[in-house]
Design a protein around this ligand. Sequence first.
Ligand SMILES: Nc1ncnc2c1ncn2[C@@H]1O[C@H](COP(=O)(O)OP(=O)(O)OP(=O)(O)O)[C@@H](O)[C@H]1O
Ligand SMILES: [Mg+2]
Length: 447
Amino acid sequence: MNPPLRANSRNPLSQTRLRLVVSYVAVTAAIVLLCGGGFYSYVRWTLIERVDDTLKHVTQVVERSLVVKTGVDNRLSIDLDRAFASGQDDPAIERDLIYLEWFDASGKPIKSTALFRRPIPLERGYIHATVEVAPGHKLRQFTIPIRHKGQLVGYLRASHQWFEVDKPSQHLAIDLIVGACVTLILIGSAGWVLSEIALRPVHRAYDHLQQFTADASHELRTPIAAIQANAQLSLENPDGVVEDYRQSLEAIERVTRRMGKLVADLLFLARNEGRVAEAVESCNLVDILNLVVEEHRPLANTANVNLQFAPLSGAIVQGVPEQMHRLFSNLLSNAIRYTPAGGQIYLSVSQSSSKLTVEVRDTGIGIEKKHLNRIFERFYRSDKARSRAKGGTGLGLAIAKAIIDNHGGDIQVESVVGEGSVFRVKLPKLTEKPLADTVGMPWPNKA
Ligand SMILES: Nc1ncnc2c1ncn2[C@@H]1O[C@H](COP(=O)(O)OP(=O)(O)OP(=O)(O)O)[C@@H](O)[C@H]1O
Ligand SMILES: [Mg+2]
């Protein structure tokens, strides 16, 4: 296993985090802008409507109080002093917020309660308008034509100070802008912290993947170098004897076989780690263990290790038979690999109400305590030189663990250096299905 890789600042996940927060804030800003803008427009529109209603009400009150006089030349006129005096009873007028103006039928200004001097041209008809009487001083106006028996007498115009609309609108706009800024800062900060928490597992997975890629490349480099060296040796020796070429080819064949196993293991992990086993079926564990034991017996005999198996009838689990086979092959091959000549390996099955326990016990070299919780990591070998010498790549237990996890099981290991190890696999027991439904050994041995 290579030394752990350190995450660098150019890690794409840091950029992802930044991008995530920026887009989060941008989306929130758009929503705040939309909602704030809508609220602002609604409030301003309501204020204008209130002023317009007041103006309309005042003009109606004044219109009702108008007394039309007919002059000597039959021209109609208004008793302005009385009319404007009655209009002043209105509370809004009293507060000096509303001005009244009277124009004759030709549009000529006749009387005004307004304080401003600059005459504002008359807009004829029932019209609401906003006009500027001085820089920064605006009025809202409403004009109505006054008729008597179908004849136009003149125009009545009421004006209201515009600051009644402007001032609260401005305050509201400032409040909304400050509120939006504070909200965005808070959301940005919260997003930054939350994205860090949310991306933590992704960070771990990313580091894990980088480490895995580095380890896999490292493991593949050694056999590739061996193949290259053997090929070069043969090419540089055109006059060599057949035996030399045979040795090189045998070495290449050995190494490629090892590479093939490594690639197959990597593929298996890539496809199966972190997944729930699909296509599960009831499988008879004892059948599977019998096959595994018989397949490994020649290896155990060659290593001069005694291999015993104590089966148990009715040991049925829900699982993928091929994976079960692979799991116990890995455990048994380890036991044989790490048990010196003259040692013992004992395989047994026991059961509780809900679980089946398979125990692989050996009297081998054992594992130091400090390695115990790391041996299930990919490429981890407690004694690298020894394991490599025996053709190990450090993936067997990682595969075993992945299979057990996928099947909802559990694996424990106990070991004493120099005395031996026990690997205990617990799998959920299947009780509902009758034994007749269980699967035997229909798959080819791929271990
Ligand atoms: N029964 C055992 N006795 C002693 N050490 C063991 C035993 N089983 C596993 N180990 C230790 O755990 C390490 C990891 O085992 P694992 O099966 O993952 O890798 P490997 O056997 O080295 O290679 P591979 O199984 O991929 O060919 C081994 O290298 C070895 O150091
Ligand atoms: Mg192994």
